[in-house]
Design a protein around this ligand. Structure first.
Ligand code: GDP
Length: 522
């Protein structure tokens, strides 16, 4: 098989959802269909922290959640699929956002009764910014649910995302009878586990008479008339640009509607495509090997201090033992310890292609966003975006004799992208995070890995804005109880505001100062 075929077989996607919508259950079912795990429950067991190998941190065990995101690869039909797992808990962090910069598409899981919730909205925005295709899976139809037409409308109203239904639910809760596949003109029955091909007559077919309850049949015919007449057309181009979301309905728990979803998804979703560098694009079919690191996970094995860097391959072929250059430093290195990440095990990987994600053992060489290549020319993939933190705290070592350890810990955790680090004008360390858990992880790791007790004091700021200015010193005069000047990791000035109101009034008073959200900083 040549490289083009191998690349076209590959899919990388992330699942985004609000906690409890059913992400874990859906992941579990998808892996099961692909035969990647032998028995159901592996993903859940990990979530419930009985899964020793990925319980790399005590904090995960204590909280019973997955702090870090990982990658699970499975095969289905002729496709090689990588699911990027994103922490589903409320206390998600930047990691969750960053993972989404390395996927080619996203699956948005929505609870059919609750609709679009806060975390889904945030994660959606990150995907939408990148223009990647977003597939919607409306879950839990075996329970009482919102009217499906209302759910579709919500996508448009709340997210501004036009949608097109690929499957459609027939009833819900106790009355749930199945789904209708609009592309295949087929009804799949929930309880009977049968399928009925309707042909050109579609839902008007008499084959449904007496099979579905009268009210479900009427509702189905009505909804289809509406969607066929006034709904969005199935437009593959718009889907690929992320401007139209194909919508599926089902029950992850009952494993119903999942196969139909998976099969359409694999047909429609894009294989790995070109990726932007600072000087042009890298095509997946380019001969030279290139990849970038989007995540660094520390101390997965408590017996070793090594870290695991997650590399997305963008072009060429990875061969274990190959020599590559780390573009940032120009340093040459041999990639001999590499690993595939499966749901329940890790195995050494010898060859991998564009569209694969591999783990590389790292003894401290890598930073988030680093490019690795065997090209003779320098290649730099565009830097990963920084995400606007919403929580801040001031932090220092309890014992000043531990100052060196403290600095080292802060430096390394910032490099890993575990937390954002700022300094204020008194050279105090200020941490910024997207979720509270990032602070807990920071504290835990400083105590356990850097042997340093710390003092943390949360400070009452919630909005960060980068300032475009040639004279950062001049910003000092704006500091007051509602506005604080800090400098980020790259010495760029950032103003912290207590809340959106303080930001707004600052802007009104200082129209000439250009403030940008971290997302735009790049
Ligand atoms: P996550 O937080 O998004 O990963 O959600 P989980 O997959 O852990 O699901 C949260 C809860 O909803 C669990 O109790 C699941 O058993 C339940 N659940 C998930 N999918 C379905 C579904 O399709 N139907 C029903 N009735 N319950 C579901």
């Amino acid at each position: 098989m040549n490289n083009i075929d191998l690349i076209n077989k590959r899919r990388i996607f992330g699942i985004i959802s609000h906690p409890d919508a059913g992400k874990t259950t859906l992941t579990e079912k998808l892996l099961l269909h692909g035969g990647a795990i032998r028995e159901a429950g592996t993903v859940r067991a990990r979530k419930n922290s009985k899964f020793a190998k990925s319980d790399w941190m005590e904090i995960e065990k204590q909280r019973g959640i997955s702090v870090t995101s990982s990658v699970m690869q499975f095969e289905y039909n002729d496709k090689v699929i990588s699911i990027m797992d994103t922490p589903g808990h409320n206390d998600f962090g930047e990691d969750t956002y960053r993972i989404l910069t390395s996927v080619d598409s996203a699956v948005m899981v929505i609870d059919a009764a609750k609709g679009i919730e806060a975390q889904t909205k945030k994660l959606f925005q990150v995907c939408s910014m990148r223009g990647i295709p977003i597939f919607t899976f409306i879950n839990k139809l075996d329970r009482e649910a919102k009217d499906p037409l209302e759910s579709m409308q919500e996508l448009e109203d709340v997210l501004g995302l036009p949608s097109v239904a690929v499957t459609w639910p027939i009833g819900c809760g106790k009355e749930f009878e199945g789904i209708y596949d609009r592309l295949k003109n087929t009804v799949y029955l929930f309880k009977k586990k049968e399928q009925i091909y309707l042909g050109e007559e579609k839902v008007q077919s008499s084959k449904l008479d007496g099979v579905l309850s009268q009210s479900n049949l009427e509702n189905l015919r009505y909804a289809m008339e509406l969607l066929d007449g006034a709904g969005n057309e199935f437009d593959l181009e718009l889907i690929k640009q992320g401007k139209l979301s194909p919508v599926f309905f089902g029950s992850a728990l009952a494993d119903f509607g999942v196969t139909e979803f998976l099969e359409h998804f694999l047909q429609i979703s894009p294989p790995p495509s070109k990726r932007k560098t600072t000087t042009g694009y890298v095509e997946p079919t380019d001969e030279e090997f290139t990849g970038f690191i989007f995540k660094i996970q520390a101390n997965m094995d408590p017996n070793h201090r090594d870290r695991l860097a997650f590399l997305r391959i963008c072009s060429g072929t990875f061969v274990r033992g190959m020599n590559v250059t780390l573009s940032r430093t120009g340093k040459q290195m041999k990639l001999s310890q590499s690993t595939h990440l499966m749901a329940n095990e890790r195995e050494t990987v010898d060859t991998a292609y564009a569209g694969d994600v591999i783990g590389i053992y790292d003894s401290g060489n890598f930073q988030i966003g680093d490019t690795l290549t065997n090209s003779k020319e320098k290649v730099f993939f565009e830097p990963l975006p920084t995400f606007p933190p919403e929580l801040f705290c001031r932090v220092s070592a309890k014992n000043s004799l531990k100052g060196k350890n403290f600095q080292k810990g802060v430096e390394q955790l910032a490099q890993e992208g575990a937390i954002q680090v700022y300094k204020n004008e008194y050279n105090e360390v200020v941490l910024g995070a997207v979720g509270v858990l990032q602070f807990e992880v920071f504290e835990y790791r400083l105590v356990n890995e850097y042997n340093t007790d710390i003092r943390m004091e949360s400070i009452d700021f919630s909005v960060a804005r980068w300032v475009k200015t040639d004279d950062p010193e001049s910003l000092k005069k704006y500091q007051n109880s509602r506005c604080m000047l800090v400098y980020d990791h790259y010495e760029r000035p950032v103003l912290l505001f207590t809340n959106a109101y303080a930001l707004k009034s600052f802007q009104e008073r200082n129209e000439d100062i250009i403030l940008v959200e971290a997302l735009d900083v790049i």
